[in-house]
Design a protein around this ligand. Structure first.
Ligand code: GLC
Length: 477
């Protein structure tokens, strides 16, 4: 089929999106836990970075060196920005001490505050998509944080007394604001450091995070107890936030002990007659010990796992698939990444996993999982439509924008990635019709692949993965 023919075919496939969205209102409950924070967003230019380097007389050689991905000095902060800017990539580095937090506050500042953390972003997305009740965990909920929740009655959490109330209207007065800088840059912008000129190849962001509570995966006891009650009708539990857990906590205990603590709590949340589907959003977990522990102790025991191309490579690195990781890193395309998915699938032995990469989403699951291949495809198409609305309009804060992109064509980039994936699948498992209908099954595994709508000049990128994963899953009805 020609490219134009395929575009028409996919436009027809995508026609289910409005209906899928309506079905989300039939979902009784979603728990979104654990990380919620304030994102202080700023668009930065190469010139501003150069100015900070000069004004603060920073060591330019040090800025270009490789080093630990955390922020302990001014040079580290700029090194992180420059690293992401020059490579057009997204990374998140942690700020262990208060001094650097204050320095960034003074020298970088921010343009606006928005909802941050996978837990918060997913909760807002689920609520605006109409899920009956969204329960969101907040390690901290001062007023500045609460007002970033959408003003919707179906989005709730616990107040100081332990009552479930609308999240945007709660103010836990003694709580700390947890702030993450989202430093965004544009493709084509240039930057000179140590006499070398760099051009940013792709619009992206660097995240600098100071967050003493989420660093410890602090879990609010009141919320934890409430969610274990039988009256909480949770059909899905979407987990995230492990990626910023520190290797060693301030009091010296290992970070992994917090993973164990969370596991006990999650077990209680699942110990109801509803048997919720558990999903983990892997996110960019810099610490390798935490990353490996998370895979072995959380991901292996749940239903579904979500990641992007970078996070997939990170997983391969800690499960001893170095060669494959290198291939994926060198050529980050659908065929290499799919090989990576197969490896992770056999390592984790979980029921479902989803990759969201530029232009294409791919789900790999065991045949017979409670979500059918077709439901998955329809959920993924809805996710692509909503993600395009978010990129194109800047936010999905009201339900009227959700379907903004529903009549747009899928990208040629996505179609060509899909074609290559289909060829690989033909070689591995035989003939298939992935290119036209996005579904392959052989009774053992299902592969669902959906080319997505690409917005050329996205107004925002942060939180895109969280939005895609959660809508793909909960929208798969
Ligand atoms: C990470 C960041 C957070 C951001 C989120 C987006 O959790 O810490 O600030 O909002 O990623 O996915």
């Amino acid at each position: 089929m020609t490219i134009d023919g395929l575009k028409i075919k996919w436009l027809a496939n995508y026609k289910t999106a409005p209906e899928q969205l309506k079905k989300m209102a039939e979902v009784k409950g979603v728990i979104s836990a654990f990380n919620v924070n304030i994102d202080a967003v700023i668009k930065i230019t190469g010139k501003t970075i150069e100015k900070i380097i000069n004004d603060e007389s920073l060591d330019q050689k040090q800025i270009l060196e490789d080093g630990k991905k955390s922020i302990n000095s001014k040079e580290d902060a700029i090194r992180g920005i420059v690293h992401c800017f020059t490579n057009g990539i997204a990374e998140e580095w942690l700020i262990p001490n208060k001094e650097m937090f204050f320095w960034l506050n003074e020298n970088i500042g921010y343009d606006k505050m928005q909802m941050g953390g996978q837990g918060g972003i997913v909760a807002n997305a689920m609520a605006v998509c109409g899920v009956d009740k969204v329960y969101v965990h907040c390690a901290s909920l001062p007023k500045d944080q609460a007002k970033l929740f959408l003003d919707l009655p179906n989005l709730v959490t616990v107040d100081e007394k332990g009552n479930l109330e609308q999240a945007s209207q709660i103010e836990r007065k003694s709580d700390l604001p947890l702030i993450h800088w989202i430093i965004e840059f544009n493709a084509g912008d240039t930057l000179t450091v140590d006499g070398k000129i760099f051009t940013c190849p792709k619009a992206n962001r660097f995240i600098a995070t100071y967050d003493p509570l989420n660093f410890q995966l602090h879990i609010d006891d009141v919320f934890a107890k409430k969610m274990a009650l039988n009256e909480i009708e949770n059909d899905y539990i979407i987990l995230s936030g492990y990626q910023i857990l520190a290797n060693t906590l301030e009091d010296g205990t290992p970070g992994i002990s917090r993973v164990d603590a969370s596991k006990k709590i999650i077990e209680k949340w699942c110990d109801t007659s509803r048997k919720p589907i558990l999903h983990l959003e892997v996110a960019s977990t810099q610490d390798k010990t935490i990353r490996k522990y998370l895979l072995d102790n959380i991901a292996k025991n749940i239903d579904s796992v979500g990641f992007n191309e970078r996070e997939l490579i990170d997983i391969l690195e800690v499960i001893d698939a170095h060669e494959l990781a290198r291939h994926c890193d060198e050529k980050t395309n659908s065929t290499n990444l799919f090989k990576g998915m197969l490896r992770i699938f056999s390592y984790l032995n979980c029921s479902r996993m989803q990759l969201h990469m530029f232009g294409l989403y791919v789900t790999l699951q065991k045949s017979g999982f409670k979500i059918s291949a077709e439901q998955n495809r329809n959920g993924m198409q809805l996710a692509a439509v909503v993600a395009a609305a978010k990129a194109g309009t800047g936010s999905i804060n009201t339900s009227d924008v959700l379907l903004w992109a529903k009549d747009r064509e899928v990208s040629e980039r996505g179609l060509s990635e899909l074609q290559n994936l289909a060829d690989l699948v033909t070689g591995l498992y035989g003939e298939n019709n992935l290119v036209e209908d996005g579904i392959f099954t052989n009774g053992e595994i299902d592969i669902i692949a959906v080319p997505t709508i690409i917005i050329d000049k996205p107004l925002t990128l942060v939180g895109m993965g969280d939005t895609i994963s959660s809508i793909s899953l909960v929208g798969a009805q």
